[in-house]
Design a protein around this ligand. Structure first.
Ligand code: NAD
Ligand code: AKB
Length: 310
């Protein structure tokens, strides 16, 4: 069997930090190369600095290291994206098109593209959002991810590129503190509670959003990538779900462990973004096609987050 040689872009981010470790446990450390434009926060060998906007170096590198699969995580997220829409489009779209082109030119086995609940928008059915639904997002991040999903489908149909994708909910993990997203409040809240600090939440108390604990996100990713090719019937991106909650519901859960945790609400520009996203997701296609089944609900996640952070 051909040996897998995996490259992650954006590997120093919130998901990349956990996914690199998980992939190394499955495929062997030397077969999983982490890349990013920032310095890794922890020892992370093998690692290299790769800017996905430098297509020439990207292609040379992928060729030299005989990469067979790419997990393309590099992106600018929803809240940061609104501060510089052109740059966000360049990184999220131009960068991804380079990955797709190189994958076809160098005949890679498969690629993973992380999409997001940010593809939904004001015209999307908000409750139990179906797989096939109106996608008219209001952020440049969401627009770039809808376009990315459509390009995945195009490259699959036109060139047979085996690209696989999920629409991650807001991801919660203890491994790192997320930045630049609209769902970041949840991880910040855990850190504040554990450090005995008061937290000011940038979303309204009742803003319910789809969320997922990191181990479920990692398992969804690896299970999708290992699934039989013929079972993958969605070539844009799979809806993916685990739990949905609002800031006040998370506070109630955290207060079971930290009864004196104090919090105030001061919604900012991120409220408008959050209000345009779905509340809950129908992920029956993922369940049917590759047996997706989440493990963590809000209380199990809260307990595990607190155990790991303390
Ligand atoms: P993150 O912002 O924590 O990490 C992104 C990484 O990309 C950063 O380390 C950054 O340095 C890197 N990067 C930015 N520009 C780059 C460039 N030009 N070249 C190379 N690297 C570059 O993001 P994350 O939360 O880890 O998300 C990873 C992926 O998953 C993203 O594509 C994101 O859209 C998607 N996603 C994340 C979530 C979530 O809640 N974390 C939810 C849905 C989808
Ligand atoms: C963000 O809030 O931008 C991300 C996401 C849901 O894609 N966490």
């Amino acid at each position: 069997m051909k040996e897998k040689k995996i490259l992650l872009t954006g590997a120093n981010g919130q998901i990349g930090t956990a996914l690199t470790k998980a992939l190394r446990e499955i495929h062997g450390t030397e077969n999983v190369i982490a890349t990013d434009i920032t310095e890794p926060k922890h020892k992370n060998e093998p690692f290299d600095f790769i800017d996905i906007l430098n297509k020439v170096r990207l292609k040379e590198y992928i060729g030299d290291y005989k990469i067979t699969q790419i997990y393309h995580l590099a992106a600018i997220l929803s809240a940061s994206g609104e501060l510089n829409p052109q740059k966000t489009w360049e990184v999220n779209m131009t960068g991804f098109l380079s990955i797709l082109d190189i994958a076809v030119e160098l005949k890679l086995d498969k690629i993973f593209f992380p999409s997001t609940i940010a593809v939904y928008g004001p015209t999307t059915l908000r409750l139990n959002t179906p797989q096939h639904v109106s996608l008219e997002p209001g952020t440049v991040y969401g627009i770039s991810k809808v376009a990315g999903e459509l390009w995945c489908n195009y490259y699959f149909k036109k060139y047979g590129l085996d690209s696989r994708s999920v629409r991650y909910p807001g991801i919660i993990g203890w491994q790192s503190i997320p930045q630049g997203g609209t769902t970041d409040y949840a991880v910040e809240m855990f850190h504040a509670a554990i450090n005995g600090e008061k937290y000011e939440c940038f979303l309204k108390a009742d803003t319910k959003l789809p969320m997922m604990y990191m181990p479920d996100a990692i398992r969804a990713t690896t299970e999708l990538m290992e699934a039989e090719k013929d079972n993958i019937r969605v070539r844009t991106s799979y809806n993916l779900s685990a739990m949905s909650f609002s800031p006040s519901e998370l506070v109630d859960e955290i207060r079971k462990h930290y009864p004196r945790f104090e919090l105030t609400y001061k919604p900012d520009h991120r409220q408008e973004i959050a209000s345009s996203w779905s509340e809950s997701i129908d992920d029956s296609s993922a369940r049917a096609d590759w047996d997706w089944d989440p493990e963590y609900d809000i209380s199990k996640m809260t307990e595990d987050m607190i155990n790991n952070l303390t």
